[in-house]
Design a protein around this ligand. Structure first.
Ligand SMILES: [Zn+2]
Length: 88
């Protein structure tokens, strides 16, 4: 009986530790200003440059847009719209 309780406690502690470590890992930020519309992609994918603000974003998470028939990728819809409506 006591052994079961200790086991349960250990599992709980292990789970808490693992989730804390996962949350503190750099790179994957849970909150993003814009909702992603693209497909989720595997790690280590191609990075594309946002021509409006110069940020590099994973292709699967980028917002797609076209201008003068050219395919472009943006970090957010705000950037895409700003780039589209901007001059040149
Ligand atoms: Zn941007």
């Amino acid at each position: 009986m006591t052994r079961l309780l200790i086991l349960a406690l250990l599992i709980f502690l292990g789970y808490t530790l693992v989730s804390a470590v996962l949350r503190s890992l750099p790179g994957r930020r849970p909150q993003q200003p814009e909702k992603r519309t693209g497909k989720r992609s595997a790690h280590g994918e191609e990075m594309v440059k946002d021509p409006h603000c110069g940020t590099y974003v994973p292709r699967g998470e980028a917002i797609e847009g076209t201008k003068h028939g050219k395919r472009l990728y943006f970090c957010s819809r705000a950037c895409r719209d700003a780039y589209r409506h901007g001059s040149s």
